[in-house]
Every structure is written in structure tokens, then in C-alpha cells.
Design a protein around this ligand. Structure first.
Ligand SMILES: [Zn+2]
Length: 378
């Protein structure tokens, strides 16, 4: 057992309702867990000591939605979009081809590079989805590699119907629910479906999620990104942990969400990168919906690894308050992964900690594009 004291904390954001925001604070963690929080003048002794130099200390970011394992890039898609082409779900096939052709070592080192960017930006827990293999062998390879880095792995065989099944989508759905699910189950905690225009219908998504649940996987869903396509209703009906994107929502859907245990995960990087209209977070909070923020890191529609940048977008373009955005990017992400041991700095939480070089956390939104992180502990 070895303990560490972080002292000289200008502002300590715990997200623990009992502790709140403390000034001139200190924190002690022993091995991997926080064991003491309080005024720095009353801090106990510890084996080692970190000086926060008056900076603020916040929980590590929890990124509950990434497509971080793939090969190649989609720079040309981005350039075309910036020239006025509208985002559609079809570009995924470019990445599928590159991913199928990549070696296991290439996939692993590419993922490793992305993860080191995540960590550098303070992301201490991340989910990784498959979905660029779309055949039994490649999907299971992607999830097996992702599992080396995180337990939050998500099977997204139902990302799009691959081109070889264009004439027979029924056969592809059966493959996803059958042989593919069987192969990936040992490496997958979650199952997800891209339920939207150009991807999978509500009925197809229901069938696939139910198949996953019957194999012991937990459900989450891409919904309401490209239109009002019924994803939110389905997520609530099936009691899924999260419905992600929610770019288009009605008041009725927000009422449904607020009465449920389903988190709405907003992904401002997708709206930003595809020049789409941002949803207004004030409506979600007015309706009492639980909200998470995630990077949606993927090569097509949000090639973003920085949660501070996501927070800045959320505040500027989605009308989050800085505090709401920070909670959504930490505790909200934990909620979306049904985790209580991360996303806050209460006693007993995992010692996943960001030390900022700014006197308050609001600088994350106020000073976008600057690296404000002096240290990440995880
Ligand atoms: Zn996504």
C-alpha cells in the first residue's frame, strides 16, 4: 500500500454532492482509490506528495462514446464536406476497407496512438466500439484488441450494412445476431446499433439489441443524429444505458428520457465536424434529462480526441454552463457506462485525476485550444 497527497489545490471539483467544490484543498489516494479529501491545512501525512501549485483539480474525463479502433483516415470526406457536401452515413465503407486490410499490429499501434492522445487530454476511461470490420473475423479482431486497453468495449456490427450485403440486408442482420455476435461476445461488454437514416431501422435495431442482451451484453444506441428516427423511444423501451447523438429531439422524447434511466449522450464534435446544427442542451436540462458528453472519436464525422475541446463546443454552441459540461464529461459519462467508481472524486472513487494549470475549471471552456492540463493521474 502506498499513499499520495495532492496538496495546494486552488479549486477541487469533487462532483460528490457532500463535498462539492473546495478551495485551498488537498486530497489523498492510496493505491488506486481516494481515501481523504479536505482542507489542505488538515491534510494527513502520505508516502509521497504532489504540489498542484494552486491549480484546479477535477475528475478524469470519462469518454463513453468512441470509434477509436480503425485504419486509414477520411481526410477527403472532410475536405469535400468543407466544400459543401452534406454528411451521410455511407463514407464508413472507406474505413471498413482500410480496416479489413490492416494487420493486427497496425490496428493496435493506431489505437495506441489515439489512446495516448485521449490520456494527454485527460480522458482516463474510454469506451471503444467496433464497427469498421463488419465481418465475423474483423469485428472480433477489433474487439479483442480493444479489450487489451479497456473493459468498456462495444460491439457495433450494426454500424452500416457492408457493400457485399447491399442486396440482402436480412442476411447481414442474421449474421450480426448470429455468428458475429457469438464470436465477439467474449470481448464485448456492450452492443450498439446505428439506428438512423441510411443505417438500421428501429425494428432492426430492436432485434439486434435483444439478441445481444440475450448473450449477456448491455445495450446502448446511436439515435436521432440525422433525423427524428425513433431511436430515443427504442432506447427508453429497452432500458438502454445511453442513447447517443440526440441531435433531433421533440419535447415528448425529452420527457420520455427524463422519466427513464437512459442517459442522453451529446456529441458536439459530430455537429462541429459535419457543420450540422447543434442541439440545445438547455432543453435537455429543462426537462430533467441526464446528459453525458463524449468525443465520438472516429475518422469520418468527429476526428477529435480532446474532451476539453468538446466541453468548449458544448458551452459555446450547445448552451451548457461550464459546470454542466464538466459534470457531463465526467459523471455523465460514468452514468452512460453505468459506473459509479469513476467520474467523481468522492471517498472510494478511483484515483483518476486531472490537475489543471488554471485557477478554475471554467478555463476549459474559456480558453479553448490551449493545453491547460499539467498532469493526469490514473
Ligand atoms: Zn458514434
Amino acid at each position: 500500500m502506498s499513499s499520495t497527497l495532492i496538496t495546494n489545490i486552488g479549486q477541487l471539483v469533487t462532483h460528490d454532492p457532500e463535498l462539492g467544490i473546495l478551495h485551498d484543498a488537498a486530497l489523498v489516494y492510496e493505491d488506486e482509490k481516494i481515501c481523504w479529501v479536505g482542507a489542505k491545512s488538515t491534510a494527513p501525512q502520505a508516502d509521497s506528495r504532489i504540489d498542484a501549485e494552486g491549480g484546479s483539480v477535477i475528475p478524469g474525463f470519462v469518454d463513453s462514446h468512441t470509434h477509436a479502433i480503425f485504419a486509414g483516415d477520411r481526410l477527403n470526406d472532410f475536405l469535400a464536406r468543407m466544400n459543401g457536401t452534406r454528411y451521410a452515413s455511407g463514407g464508413i465503407s472507406t474505413t471498413v476497407e482500410a480496416t479489413r486490410n490492416a494487420s493486427e499490429d497496425e490496428l493496435r499501434s493506431h489505437l495506441q496512438n489515439i489512446i495516448s492522445e485521449f490520456t494527454g487530454h485527460g480522458i482516463t476511461t474510454f469506451e471503444v466500439k467496433s464497427g469498421y470490420g463488419l465481418d465475423v473475423e474483423t469485428e472480433s479482431r477489433l474487439l479483442r484488441i480493444a479489450r487489451e486497453f479497456t473493459n468498456e468495449t462495444t460491439f457495433l456490427g450494426a454500424h452500416v450494412v457492408p457493400s457485399e450485403f447491399k442486396e440482402d440486408r436480412r442476411a447481414y442482420i442474421d449474421l450480426v445476431k448470429g455468428e458475429m455476435l457469438e464470436a465477439v461476445a467474449p470481448y464485448s461488454k456492450w452492443i450498439d446499433v446505428f439506428c438512423d437514416n441510411g443505417a438500421f431501422s428501429v425494428e432492426e435495431a430492436r432485434e439486434i439489441i435483444l439478441a445481444g442482451q440475450s448473450k449477456g451484453l448491455l445495450g446502448r444506441l446511436h439515435g436521432n443524429q440525422l433525423g427524428d428516427t425513433g431511436g430515443i423511444e427504442l432506447a427508453v423501451e429497452l432500458g438502454l444505458a445511453s442513447v447517443d447523438h440526440c441531435t433531433f429531439t421533440t419535447d415528448h422524447q425529452l420527457d420520455l428520457l427524463s422519466a427513464s434511466s437512459t442517459v442522453a449522450t451529446l456529441l458536439p464534435g459530430a455537429e462541429f465536424s459535419t457543420r450540422s446544427p447543434f442541439p440545445d442542451a438547455r432543453r435537455f436540462y429543462d426537462h430533467g434529462v441526464r446528459v453525458a458528453l463524449a468525443t465520438d472519436c472516429n475518422p469520418g464525422s468527429s476526428f477529435i480526441t480532446s474532451m476539453p475541446f468538446v466541453i468548449a463546443l458544448a458551452v459555446r454552441d450547445m448552451f451548457f454552463t461550464p459546470e454542466q459540461a464538466l459534470v457531463a464529461a465526467t459523471k455523465g459519462g460514468a452514468d452512460a457506462l453505468r459506473r459509479t467508481d469513476i467520474g467523481h472524486l468522492g471517498i472510494g472513487a478511483r484515483a483518476d485525476i486531472i490537475i489543471l494549470n488554471t485557477p478554475s475549471f471554467e478555463y476549459i471552456a474559456y480558453k479553448p485550444g490551449s493545453n491547460l492540463i499539467s498532469r493526469v493521474i490514473y
